[in-house]
Design a protein around this ligand. Structure first.
Ligand SMILES: *Cc1c(COP(=O)(O)O)cnc(C)c1O
Length: 328
């Protein structure tokens, strides 16, 4: 993501808009680029608040928008593109959770000027660490190739643009040494072939969990837009109206029975999860009351493909029993 921002042209002192519900590497990449972050609120289905985006996009000197399709929730991309066009915003997509997903039959990652896919262990393709960029901009990808550490060997890059594109860049773009090595690439290539099949397997589990969670009193999964072809590699639900203490008790009882849920309402960053208030290296970030209200009751669970449908069924039984016991 850092290379995507740099290759797109983000400069120190620029401002990058970003939805406040995302993961730590996203603000981290923005900070690394030297830019300031302007967080945008979210709405009840966990996607970005398009009204807040519109207001913040209208500010002078705002040119960049890093949209994180966090936990695979895809907002109305038609509205996003319209808004980007109206405000001359350059869109960069974080597709860490939408590899294989579509909005209205168009692949996630094909909307922005550049899109970032992670291949870290818990993503849709796994090379341990690493990731890749997609773009149809020859200049941008030539920069990314040199930034990533091709040295003057970029001719060997199998998906490079025409050699002429590199002519003006070769001595103007530094080497940041962020290459993907051949070993990781070799691990990923066979996974690419089975990606669609894996996505179907995730969605089978997701749809079952979603349907059963929605039957439990006090638990709601968000309504998803029919144009969204998501990849259900994780599931989120809201314990609407519950206070922190009740939610903590709920999480503890689930964990005691082996169901580990994450909670975005935690005041302290824990494990992979952190709320925007803990990105204190940016200085004081403005409070987003709506995002705070939504994150305060949001629970999250990964859906590894090692879970069988029977495992999912057992998880539901456990959550159902705990909910009955705890939620009022
Ligand atoms: C995992 C993840 C990333 C990228 O993580 P890397 O560790 O840099 O590969 C970006 N955004 C989200 C939402 C993620 O979950």
């Amino acid at each position: 993501m850092y290379l995507a921002l740099k290759s797109a042209g983000v400069k120190s002192g620029d401002t990058v808009l970003c939805n406040a519900y995302t993961l730590a590497p996203v603000p981290g990449a923005i900070e690394n680029s030297g830019a300031a972050i302007e967080l945008v609120d979210i709405v009840d289905d966990y996607t970005i608040d398009l009204n807040d985006l519109e207001i913040k996009a209208a500010a002078p000197d705002v040119k960049w928008f890093l949209l994180s399709h966090m936990r695979g929730h895809i907002t109305n991309m038609d509205r996003i593109m319209e808004l980007c066009n109206n405000h001359d915003l350059i869109l960069i997509e974080d597709c860490a959770h939408t590899m294989g997903a579509l909005w209205d039959k168009k692949k996630s990652g094909s909307f922005g000027k550049v899109a970032c896919f992670s291949t870290q262990t818990y993503k849709h393709m796994n090379s341990g660490e690493g990731g890749l960029l997609v773009t149809d901009d020859p200049d941008l990808i030539a920069r990314a190739i040199i930034y990533s550490g091709s040295y003057m060997l970029y001719e060997r890059h199998t998906s490079r643009p025409d050699m002429a594109v590199f002519e003006n860049l070769r001595t103007m773009v530094p080497n940041y040494s962020c290459r993907m090595d051949n070993l990781r690439a070799a691990l990923l290539r066979p996974q690419l072939r089975v990606l669609d099949h894996q996505c179907e397997r995730w969605n089978k589990r997701y749809r079952f969990l979603e349907q059963e969670l929605n039957k439990i009193d006090g638990i709601t999964c968000p309504q998803r837009d029919a144009r969204e072809d998501y990849v259900g590699s994780s599931i989120q639900f809201s314990l609407t109206g519950q206070n922190d203490k009740t939610i903590q008790a709920f999480l503890v009882q689930c964990l005691e029975q082996g169901v580990e849920l994450k909670w975005f309402g935690n005041k302290e960053p824990v494990g992979f999860t952190s709320a925007y208030a803990s990105w204190k290296y940016f200085g004081k970030l403005p409070l987003l009351a709506q995002t705070d209200r939504i994150l305060a009751v949001m629970c999250d669970m990964r859906i590894p493909l090692t879970f069988t449908l029977e495992d999912c069924s057992l998880i539901i039984e456990i959550i159902k029993a705990v909910a009955k016991n705890i939620l009022k």
